[in-house]
Design a protein around this ligand. Structure first.
Ligand code: SAH
Length: 386
Protein backbone atom coordinates (compact mmCIF):
# COMPACT_ATOMS: atom_id res chain seq x y z
CA UNK A 1 0.00 0.00 0.00
CA UNK A 2 1.53 3.26 -1.10
CA UNK A 3 1.09 6.42 -3.11
CA UNK A 4 3.58 7.31 -5.82
CA UNK A 5 3.74 10.91 -6.95
CA UNK A 6 4.26 12.00 -10.55
CA UNK A 7 7.74 13.19 -11.39
CA UNK A 8 8.15 16.83 -10.33
CA UNK A 9 5.11 16.76 -8.02
CA UNK A 10 7.10 16.16 -4.85
CA UNK A 11 8.06 19.81 -4.39
CA UNK A 12 5.02 20.86 -2.32
CA UNK A 13 5.49 17.91 0.06
CA UNK A 14 9.20 18.66 0.39
CA UNK A 15 8.24 22.21 1.38
CA UNK A 16 5.92 20.90 4.10
CA UNK A 17 2.52 21.18 2.43
CA UNK A 18 0.08 18.68 3.92
CA UNK A 19 -2.21 18.14 0.91
CA UNK A 20 -1.74 15.87 -2.09
CA UNK A 21 -4.33 16.36 -4.82
CA UNK A 22 -5.40 13.58 -7.18
CA UNK A 23 -3.63 15.29 -10.11
CA UNK A 24 -0.20 14.88 -8.45
CA UNK A 25 -0.50 11.11 -8.12
CA UNK A 26 1.00 8.60 -10.55
CA UNK A 27 -0.24 5.44 -8.86
CA UNK A 28 -2.28 4.74 -5.75
CA UNK A 29 -2.87 1.49 -3.94
CA UNK A 30 -4.38 2.21 -0.56
CA UNK A 31 -7.54 1.72 1.45
CA UNK A 32 -9.61 4.74 2.41
CA UNK A 33 -8.78 6.02 5.87
CA UNK A 34 -5.44 4.23 6.21
CA UNK A 35 -2.00 5.72 6.77
CA UNK A 36 0.36 5.02 3.86
CA UNK A 37 3.83 6.09 2.69
CA UNK A 38 4.05 8.72 -0.05
CA UNK A 39 6.88 8.01 -2.47
CA UNK A 40 8.66 9.55 -5.40
CA UNK A 41 8.92 7.66 -8.71
CA UNK A 42 12.40 6.68 -7.60
CA UNK A 43 10.94 4.95 -4.57
CA UNK A 44 12.11 7.44 -1.91
CA UNK A 45 9.67 7.90 0.99
CA UNK A 46 8.69 11.58 1.34
CA UNK A 47 6.49 11.03 4.35
CA UNK A 48 3.32 9.43 5.66
CA UNK A 49 -0.27 10.50 5.37
CA UNK A 50 -3.83 9.21 5.38
CA UNK A 51 -5.66 8.42 2.18
CA UNK A 52 -9.22 8.89 0.94
CA UNK A 53 -10.16 8.07 -2.66
CA UNK A 54 -13.41 10.05 -2.34
CA UNK A 55 -11.67 13.34 -1.71
CA UNK A 56 -9.93 15.61 -4.22
CA UNK A 57 -7.32 15.93 -1.50
CA UNK A 58 -6.31 12.27 -1.74
CA UNK A 59 -3.69 12.36 1.00
CA UNK A 60 -3.17 14.58 4.02
CA UNK A 61 0.37 14.31 5.33
CA UNK A 62 0.88 13.46 8.99
CA UNK A 63 4.66 13.27 9.00
CA UNK A 64 7.55 14.08 6.70
CA UNK A 65 10.57 11.87 6.13
CA UNK A 66 11.09 8.12 6.06
CA UNK A 67 10.13 7.27 9.63
CA UNK A 68 6.64 5.69 9.73
CA UNK A 69 3.85 7.58 11.45
CA UNK A 70 3.02 6.00 14.80
CA UNK A 71 0.72 6.58 17.76
CA UNK A 72 3.76 8.02 19.57
CA UNK A 73 4.03 10.71 16.93
CA UNK A 74 0.30 11.45 17.19
CA UNK A 75 0.85 11.72 20.91
CA UNK A 76 3.61 14.32 20.54
CA UNK A 77 1.70 16.34 17.91
CA UNK A 78 -1.19 16.68 20.35
CA UNK A 79 0.84 17.38 23.46
CA UNK A 80 3.05 19.89 21.59
CA UNK A 81 -0.04 21.72 20.37
CA UNK A 82 -1.43 22.00 23.91
CA UNK A 83 2.01 23.01 25.22
CA UNK A 84 2.18 25.93 22.76
CA UNK A 85 -1.02 27.31 24.35
CA UNK A 86 -0.01 26.81 27.94
CA UNK A 87 0.87 30.01 29.85
CA UNK A 88 0.71 31.87 26.58
CA UNK A 89 0.41 35.67 26.88
CA UNK A 90 -1.89 35.80 23.81
CA UNK A 91 -4.40 33.60 25.62
CA UNK A 92 -4.33 35.49 28.91
CA UNK A 93 -7.74 37.14 28.33
CA UNK A 94 -9.57 33.82 28.10
CA UNK A 95 -10.17 30.34 29.44
CA UNK A 96 -11.54 29.09 26.11
CA UNK A 97 -9.36 28.53 23.07
CA UNK A 98 -8.63 26.24 20.14
CA UNK A 99 -6.05 23.74 21.36
CA UNK A 100 -5.47 21.92 18.05
CA UNK A 101 -6.14 23.66 14.73
CA UNK A 102 -5.79 21.07 11.99
CA UNK A 103 -3.00 21.86 9.48
CA UNK A 104 -2.18 24.97 11.52
CA UNK A 105 -0.92 22.62 14.23
CA UNK A 106 0.43 20.02 11.76
CA UNK A 107 -2.49 17.65 12.40
CA UNK A 108 -4.74 17.85 9.34
CA UNK A 109 -8.37 17.06 10.01
CA UNK A 110 -8.40 17.49 13.77
CA UNK A 111 -9.84 20.36 15.77
CA UNK A 112 -9.85 20.39 19.56
CA UNK A 113 -11.37 23.29 21.48
CA UNK A 114 -10.89 23.79 25.20
CA UNK A 115 -13.79 25.42 27.05
CA UNK A 116 -12.67 25.98 30.63
CA UNK A 117 -11.25 22.46 30.85
CA UNK A 118 -13.97 20.70 28.82
CA UNK A 119 -12.74 19.57 25.41
CA UNK A 120 -14.78 19.54 22.22
CA UNK A 121 -13.32 17.63 19.28
CA UNK A 122 -14.15 17.76 15.59
CA UNK A 123 -12.94 15.06 13.21
CA UNK A 124 -13.02 16.64 9.77
CA UNK A 125 -11.74 13.66 7.76
CA UNK A 126 -11.99 9.88 7.53
CA UNK A 127 -8.31 9.48 8.40
CA UNK A 128 -8.78 11.32 11.70
CA UNK A 129 -12.12 9.61 12.38
CA UNK A 130 -10.20 6.29 12.31
CA UNK A 131 -7.84 7.58 15.00
CA UNK A 132 -10.59 8.68 17.36
CA UNK A 133 -9.92 6.01 19.98
CA UNK A 134 -6.20 6.78 20.11
CA UNK A 135 -6.94 10.49 20.19
CA UNK A 136 -9.34 10.13 23.08
CA UNK A 137 -6.84 8.01 25.02
CA UNK A 138 -4.11 10.59 24.50
CA UNK A 139 -6.35 13.50 25.49
CA UNK A 140 -7.61 11.76 28.61
CA UNK A 141 -4.18 10.57 29.68
CA UNK A 142 -2.12 13.67 28.92
CA UNK A 143 -4.52 16.61 29.15
CA UNK A 144 -6.85 15.19 31.80
CA UNK A 145 -9.87 17.22 30.69
CA UNK A 146 -13.07 17.49 32.69
CA UNK A 147 -14.87 15.88 29.73
CA UNK A 148 -14.58 15.24 25.99
CA UNK A 149 -17.52 15.88 23.65
CA UNK A 150 -17.60 15.31 19.89
CA UNK A 151 -19.07 17.88 17.49
CA UNK A 152 -18.25 16.30 14.15
CA UNK A 153 -21.12 17.97 12.30
CA UNK A 154 -18.88 19.94 9.97
CA UNK A 155 -20.25 20.19 6.38
CA UNK A 156 -16.97 19.07 4.74
CA UNK A 157 -17.37 15.55 6.17
CA UNK A 158 -19.78 14.72 3.34
CA UNK A 159 -16.90 15.07 0.85
CA UNK A 160 -15.08 12.45 2.91
CA UNK A 161 -18.05 10.07 2.81
CA UNK A 162 -18.79 10.63 6.49
CA UNK A 163 -22.04 11.29 8.33
CA UNK A 164 -22.30 13.66 11.28
CA UNK A 165 -21.15 12.25 14.58
CA UNK A 166 -21.92 14.10 17.81
CA UNK A 167 -22.03 12.98 21.40
CA UNK A 168 -20.27 12.38 24.68
CA UNK A 169 -16.90 10.66 24.42
CA UNK A 170 -15.82 10.75 28.03
CA UNK A 171 -16.78 12.39 31.30
CA UNK A 172 -19.90 14.55 31.43
CA UNK A 173 -20.13 17.76 29.44
CA UNK A 174 -22.65 20.20 30.91
CA UNK A 175 -25.30 21.60 28.55
CA UNK A 176 -23.83 24.98 29.28
CA UNK A 177 -20.20 25.82 30.06
CA UNK A 178 -19.42 29.26 31.43
CA UNK A 179 -16.28 30.74 29.95
CA UNK A 180 -14.64 34.07 30.64
CA UNK A 181 -13.13 36.17 27.86
CA UNK A 182 -11.87 39.74 28.23
CA UNK A 183 -13.63 39.85 31.60
CA UNK A 184 -17.01 38.87 30.13
CA UNK A 185 -18.90 35.73 31.18
CA UNK A 186 -20.35 33.71 28.31
CA UNK A 187 -22.42 30.60 28.88
CA UNK A 188 -21.58 28.39 25.88
CA UNK A 189 -23.77 25.66 24.42
CA UNK A 190 -21.07 23.36 23.07
CA UNK A 191 -23.60 20.66 22.16
CA UNK A 192 -25.95 22.79 20.07
CA UNK A 193 -24.29 26.16 19.36
CA UNK A 194 -22.70 27.16 16.06
CA UNK A 195 -19.28 25.64 15.29
CA UNK A 196 -18.28 24.14 18.64
CA UNK A 197 -20.42 26.67 20.51
CA UNK A 198 -18.55 29.96 20.29
CA UNK A 199 -16.65 31.98 17.69
CA UNK A 200 -13.28 31.55 19.37
CA UNK A 201 -11.56 32.87 16.24
CA UNK A 202 -12.88 36.40 16.81
CA UNK A 203 -11.36 36.79 20.30
CA UNK A 204 -8.61 39.23 19.30
CA UNK A 205 -11.09 41.31 17.29
CA UNK A 206 -13.43 41.37 20.29
CA UNK A 207 -10.46 42.61 22.34
CA UNK A 208 -9.89 45.36 19.78
CA UNK A 209 -13.55 46.40 19.96
CA UNK A 210 -13.38 46.45 23.75
CA UNK A 211 -10.36 48.75 23.50
CA UNK A 212 -12.01 51.34 21.23
CA UNK A 213 -15.60 51.35 22.52
CA UNK A 214 -15.32 53.46 25.70
CA UNK A 215 -18.18 56.00 25.72
CA UNK A 216 -19.19 54.98 22.18
CA UNK A 217 -22.48 53.88 20.65
CA UNK A 218 -21.94 50.44 19.14
CA UNK A 219 -23.80 48.50 16.45
CA UNK A 220 -23.07 44.81 15.95
CA UNK A 221 -24.34 43.27 12.72
CA UNK A 222 -24.55 39.44 12.47
CA UNK A 223 -24.19 39.42 16.23
CA UNK A 224 -24.91 35.73 17.05
CA UNK A 225 -24.89 35.55 20.88
CA UNK A 226 -23.54 39.09 21.09
CA UNK A 227 -19.82 38.41 21.50
CA UNK A 228 -18.73 41.77 20.08
CA UNK A 229 -21.57 43.56 21.87
CA UNK A 230 -20.50 42.27 25.28
CA UNK A 231 -16.85 43.11 24.56
CA UNK A 232 -17.89 46.67 23.65
CA UNK A 233 -20.04 47.00 26.78
CA UNK A 234 -17.18 45.67 28.91
CA UNK A 235 -15.07 48.39 27.33
CA UNK A 236 -17.55 51.06 28.42
CA UNK A 237 -19.80 51.46 25.37
CA UNK A 238 -22.63 53.90 26.11
CA UNK A 239 -25.26 51.93 24.15
CA UNK A 240 -25.52 49.00 21.78
CA UNK A 241 -27.68 47.51 19.11
CA UNK A 242 -27.18 43.92 17.95
CA UNK A 243 -28.77 42.48 14.83
CA UNK A 244 -29.01 38.79 13.95
CA UNK A 245 -31.57 36.80 11.99
CA UNK A 246 -31.70 34.07 14.64
CA UNK A 247 -34.25 34.63 17.43
CA UNK A 248 -32.47 31.99 19.49
CA UNK A 249 -29.09 33.74 19.19
CA UNK A 250 -30.74 37.03 20.17
CA UNK A 251 -32.43 35.67 23.27
CA UNK A 252 -29.11 34.07 24.25
CA UNK A 253 -27.42 37.46 23.76
CA UNK A 254 -30.01 39.13 26.03
CA UNK A 255 -29.38 36.50 28.69
CA UNK A 256 -25.60 37.07 28.48
CA UNK A 257 -26.15 40.83 28.77
CA UNK A 258 -28.18 40.32 31.96
CA UNK A 259 -25.80 37.70 33.36
CA UNK A 260 -22.95 40.22 33.12
CA UNK A 261 -24.97 42.97 34.81
CA UNK A 262 -24.52 45.46 31.96
CA UNK A 263 -26.85 48.42 32.09
CA UNK A 264 -26.02 50.55 29.06
CA UNK A 265 -29.16 50.76 26.88
CA UNK A 266 -29.02 47.79 24.51
CA UNK A 267 -31.33 46.49 21.81
CA UNK A 268 -31.30 42.99 20.34
CA UNK A 269 -33.03 42.96 16.98
CA UNK A 270 -34.07 39.83 15.07
CA UNK A 271 -33.76 40.87 11.42
CA UNK A 272 -32.10 40.09 8.12
CA UNK A 273 -29.09 42.43 8.01
CA UNK A 274 -29.45 42.89 4.22
CA UNK A 275 -32.88 44.47 4.85
CA UNK A 276 -31.93 46.14 8.12
CA UNK A 277 -29.08 48.18 6.60
CA UNK A 278 -31.46 49.45 3.88
CA UNK A 279 -34.26 50.37 6.26
CA UNK A 280 -32.15 51.86 9.06
CA UNK A 281 -29.41 54.42 9.08
CA UNK A 282 -26.83 53.07 11.53
CA UNK A 283 -25.40 56.13 13.21
CA UNK A 284 -23.23 54.32 15.77
CA UNK A 285 -19.62 55.33 16.49
CA UNK A 286 -18.40 51.74 16.21
CA UNK A 287 -19.97 49.28 13.77
CA UNK A 288 -19.08 45.60 13.51
CA UNK A 289 -19.92 43.65 10.35
CA UNK A 290 -19.16 39.95 10.85
CA UNK A 291 -21.30 37.90 8.45
CA UNK A 292 -21.18 34.12 8.01
CA UNK A 293 -18.97 32.71 5.22
CA UNK A 294 -20.78 33.85 2.07
CA UNK A 295 -18.45 31.74 -0.13
CA UNK A 296 -18.46 28.07 0.81
CA UNK A 297 -16.72 27.03 -2.42
CA UNK A 298 -14.66 28.61 -5.19
CA UNK A 299 -17.77 28.84 -7.36
CA UNK A 300 -19.48 31.14 -4.82
CA UNK A 301 -16.80 33.84 -4.86
CA UNK A 302 -18.57 36.32 -7.19
CA UNK A 303 -21.86 35.98 -5.40
CA UNK A 304 -20.12 36.33 -2.03
CA UNK A 305 -18.29 39.48 -3.12
CA UNK A 306 -21.62 41.02 -4.10
CA UNK A 307 -22.95 40.16 -0.63
CA UNK A 308 -19.97 41.73 1.16
CA UNK A 309 -20.18 44.79 -1.06
CA UNK A 310 -23.92 45.23 -0.57
CA UNK A 311 -23.81 45.18 3.23
CA UNK A 312 -20.65 47.27 3.56
CA UNK A 313 -21.84 49.83 1.00
CA UNK A 314 -25.05 50.42 2.91
CA UNK A 315 -23.24 50.62 6.23
CA UNK A 316 -20.45 52.92 5.02
CA UNK A 317 -22.74 55.21 2.99
CA UNK A 318 -24.73 56.10 6.07
CA UNK A 319 -21.96 55.95 8.66
CA UNK A 320 -21.35 59.14 10.61
CA UNK A 321 -18.11 60.94 10.02
CA UNK A 322 -15.35 59.45 12.15
CA UNK A 323 -17.15 56.15 12.75
CA UNK A 324 -15.11 52.99 13.07
CA UNK A 325 -16.22 50.00 11.00
CA UNK A 326 -14.70 46.60 11.74
CA UNK A 327 -15.60 44.54 8.70
CA UNK A 328 -14.77 40.84 8.52
CA UNK A 329 -14.88 37.91 6.16
CA UNK A 330 -14.45 34.29 7.16
CA UNK A 331 -14.72 32.90 3.62
CA UNK A 332 -11.64 30.83 2.86
CA UNK A 333 -12.02 31.43 -0.87
CA UNK A 334 -11.78 35.20 -0.57
CA UNK A 335 -8.19 36.21 0.05
CA UNK A 336 -7.19 39.36 1.95
CA UNK A 337 -6.41 41.30 -1.26
CA UNK A 338 -9.75 40.50 -2.83
CA UNK A 339 -11.58 41.36 0.38
CA UNK A 340 -9.83 44.73 0.58
CA UNK A 341 -10.75 45.42 -3.07
CA UNK A 342 -14.41 44.63 -2.37
CA UNK A 343 -14.41 46.95 0.62
CA UNK A 344 -12.64 49.64 -1.41
CA UNK A 345 -15.33 49.45 -4.07
CA UNK A 346 -17.99 49.75 -1.34
CA UNK A 347 -16.24 52.87 0.00
CA UNK A 348 -16.03 54.36 -3.52
CA UNK A 349 -19.66 53.67 -4.36
CA UNK A 350 -20.65 55.10 -0.98
CA UNK A 351 -18.89 58.33 -1.97
CA UNK A 352 -16.83 58.28 1.23
CA UNK A 353 -13.20 58.24 2.24
CA UNK A 354 -11.84 55.60 4.58
CA UNK A 355 -8.61 54.83 6.36
CA UNK A 356 -7.42 51.34 7.23
CA UNK A 357 -6.55 51.58 10.91
CA UNK A 358 -5.82 47.90 11.47
CA UNK A 359 -5.71 44.70 9.42
CA UNK A 360 -6.62 41.71 11.53
CA UNK A 361 -6.61 37.99 10.99
CA UNK A 362 -6.11 34.73 12.76
CA UNK A 363 -5.68 34.78 16.53
CA UNK A 364 -2.85 32.91 18.24
CA UNK A 365 -4.84 29.73 18.76
CA UNK A 366 -5.85 29.48 15.07
CA UNK A 367 -2.33 29.54 13.61
CA UNK A 368 -1.78 29.47 9.87
CA UNK A 369 0.86 26.95 8.84
CA UNK A 370 3.01 28.98 6.43
CA UNK A 371 3.38 25.92 4.19
CA UNK A 372 -0.42 25.63 3.84
CA UNK A 373 -1.61 29.17 3.17
CA UNK A 374 -4.98 27.82 1.93
CA UNK A 375 -6.02 27.35 5.54
CA UNK A 376 -6.09 31.10 6.20
CA UNK A 377 -9.72 32.20 6.23
CA UNK A 378 -10.34 35.07 8.64
CA UNK A 379 -9.77 38.66 7.55
CA UNK A 380 -10.76 41.89 9.20
CA UNK A 381 -10.31 45.56 8.36
CA UNK A 382 -10.81 48.22 10.98
CA UNK A 383 -11.77 51.31 8.99
CA UNK A 384 -12.27 54.89 10.02
CA UNK A 385 -14.90 56.46 7.79
CA UNK A 386 -14.41 60.10 6.87
N1 SAH B 1 -19.88 37.91 15.33
C1 SAH B 1 -20.30 36.68 15.93
C2 SAH B 1 -20.35 35.52 14.95
C3 SAH B 1 -21.21 35.76 13.73
S1 SAH B 1 -21.63 34.29 12.94
C4 SAH B 1 -19.42 36.37 17.16
O1 SAH B 1 -18.31 36.92 17.27
O2 SAH B 1 -19.83 35.57 17.99
C5 SAH B 1 -22.78 34.80 11.78
C6 SAH B 1 -24.17 35.09 12.32
O3 SAH B 1 -24.92 35.65 11.23
C7 SAH B 1 -25.00 33.90 12.79
O4 SAH B 1 -25.38 34.15 14.12
C8 SAH B 1 -26.24 33.86 11.89
O5 SAH B 1 -27.44 33.60 12.60
C9 SAH B 1 -26.27 35.26 11.37
N2 SAH B 1 -26.88 35.47 10.04
C10 SAH B 1 -26.70 34.74 8.91
N3 SAH B 1 -27.33 35.34 7.87
C11 SAH B 1 -27.93 36.47 8.36
C12 SAH B 1 -28.68 37.53 7.77
N4 SAH B 1 -28.97 37.54 6.47
N5 SAH B 1 -29.09 38.54 8.57
C13 SAH B 1 -28.79 38.54 9.90
N6 SAH B 1 -28.06 37.59 10.49
C14 SAH B 1 -27.63 36.56 9.74
Amino acid sequence: MEIVLKKGKERAVLLGHHWIFSGAIQSESAEDGTVIPVKTVRGEILGWGYYNSRSQIRVRMLSFGEKPFTVDLLHSLITDSFARRSNNPFLKPTDAYRAVFSEGDFLPGLVVDNYAGHLVIQCLTLGIERMKDDLTDILNKEIKPLSVYERSDYGGRKLEGLKDSCGQISGETPDEIEINEHGVKYPVDVKGGQKTGFFLDQRENRGLIKEISGGKRVANLFSYTGGFTMAALAGGASSSVSVDISEKANSEAKRIYTLNGFDAPSEFVAADVFDYVRQNRIDADVIIVDPPAFAKSRGDVDHACRGYKDINLNVIKNAKQGAYVLTCSCSRFIDPDLFQKVIFSAVCDAGRQAQIIRRTGHPFDHPVNIAVPETEYLKGLLLKIL
